[in-house]
Design a protein around this ligand. Structure first.
Ligand SMILES: O=C(O)c1ccccc1NCC(=O)[C@H](O)[C@H](O)COP(=O)(O)O
Length: 219
């Protein structure tokens, strides 16, 4: 199971978190978030993929940030359409655009409370690389509480997804059970954020360490 640590903001903290070798680190480009990222990202180990998080942003802004920060993936938290996703993935101004196929990964977010209409995923199947299931709440992301993961028992797709929303140390047992169920078959990564913070955007290294070490699904 892969780990994504989202909402990184402060340079020293970014370096400290990178030493824990998460698979992905998320940087939020949404000025209404207390985790909104500005500034520079120091050189990270190549194995850590940088993910830019956007909410109903313009294509131009997404491309600018991908190029500026050399992002490997974008996570779209708003009402972005499949056409928006396609325009980003194959944008002619992408620096990293490969000749035949874009290397930029598209993660489309869907927020869930107690139920979810999985038909909504269909138009995104072809163009998105991953789905991310987060908790529906007051904010577009970073709400800090879990949704009912049983909803994913009805996941009709074979596309790999990230499980997100309010995951913290106290969810380890629940996660262990989840990973024993069919609902988790296509779960690729766990995304964590506010449950590991000292304050918005500043991650608690010791708690993250404990999570990585004590959760059997990371071994
Ligand atoms: O975290 C934010 O402030 C945020 C704001 C707007 C869009 C997305 C945001 N976070 C993106 C994430 O991937 C979070 O990790 C995810 O929403 C789960 O957060 P949490 O419930 O705090 O674990």
């Amino acid at each position: 199971m892969k780990l994504k640590v989202c909402g990184m903001k402060h340079s020293e903290n970014i370096i400290e978190v990178s030493k824990l070798k998460p698979d992905y680190m998320g940087f939020i480009f949404y000025d209404k978030s207390p985790r909104n990222f500005k500034g520079e990202i120091s050189e990270l180990p190549a194995a850590i993929k940088k993910v830019g998080v956007f909410v109903n942003s313009s294509i131009a802004n997404v491309i600018e940030k991908v190029n500026e920060y050399n992002l490997q993936a974008v996570q779209l938290h708003g009402e972005e359409t499949p056409e928006f996703c396609r325009s980003v993935k194959f944008h002619p101004r992408l620096k990293q655009r490969a000749i035949l196929e874009s290397q930029l990964k598209i993660i489309k977010v869907f927020s869930i409370k107690n139920n979810f209409n999985f038909e909504l995923l269909k138009p995104y199947e072809e163009i998105c690389d991953y789905f991310l299931f987060d908790t529906k709440g007051k904010y577009p992301g970073g709400n800090g509480y879990t949704f009912d993961w049983n909803v994913l028992k009805n996941y009709p797709s074979t596309k790999a997804y990230f499980l997100s929303g309010g995951i913290g140390l106290e969810e380890i047992e629940k996660l262990e059970l989840f990973f024993k169920s069919d609902a988790s078959t296509f779960c690729k990564a766990i995304d964590v954020n506010s449950k590991f913070e000292v304050k918005a955007g500043l991650k608690d290294i010791e708690i993250l360490k404990k999570f990585k070490k004590s959760a059997p699904f990371f071994k």
